[in-house]
Design a protein around this ligand. Sequence first.
Ligand SMILES: C[S@@+](CC[C@H](N)C(=O)[O-])C[C@H]1O[C@@H](n2cnc3c(N)ncnc32)[C@H](O)[C@@H]1O
Length: 247
Amino acid sequence: VDATSRSNRAAWEAAATKYVRESDQILEAFGREGSLQPVELAALRPVLESGPDVVHLQSGHGLDDLHLLELGASAVIGVDFSSVTALAAHARAGSKRCHYVIGFVPDVPLMDQCADLVYTGKGALIWLPDLDAWAREVHRLLRPGGLLYLYEAHPCFSLWSWHPDVATVRQDRSYFDATHVVDSFPGHGAVEFQHTVADLVNAVLKAGLELIDLQEHPEPFWSPAGVAAAAWRGRLPNSVSLLARRP
Ligand SMILES: C[S@@+](CC[C@H](N)C(=O)[O-])C[C@H]1O[C@@H](n2cnc3c(N)ncnc32)[C@H](O)[C@@H]1O
């Protein structure tokens, strides 16, 4: 594991207690509705009808896992490198069909071909230095015919300023930078890895997965409380979704 990923793990552990507390509030707010977002629901409802075994990479607070089970998943295994987060998700799940593993993506301590669906995103890929290695790991975990579904921040999301009235590009960021230091959550000096849309698509294809669907969306999957940036109001790409299959 590279040094940046090790210090990112420390940053996530330091932020995890707050993240866990906030997820409890999110759960209350979602209530029975579940935490999967409309874009995800549109893609996942038909997939979940067949009762897939799901592996959720970088599962975080795990709220989505409960929703995946409710919509038909047979079982969900979440993988996260934060022990605080994984243990909290485990305690909350309270379901024999939902388990958590503490592990580093892309070196996931699970068997080959254990998943019909690998689900991930919403702040996951920015923590991975090597998307090619990630896509190869997704391929390894999937059974033939299995699906990868990703709903993620668009690579441009971190370029937009949070100006409330004018959609502008931050002067301190470039689409083609390799990394930047996070100035919002989780803080603690965490470093995000930047990947272009082309990096993502090429990684998936090089790993031997078939691309089924790629979409760019105007809405961000996340926005900090109390911030309403002009860049998030429909004119610019803020999230991306991808569906791929292991042949
Ligand atoms: C922003 S959260 C998003 C996770 C999930 N989608 C959610 O909504 O809670 C990112 C999660 O990825 C985990 N993480 C970051 N890099 C990781 C890695 N290389 N391996 C495993 N987990 C990682 C962090 O601990 C954190 O829980």
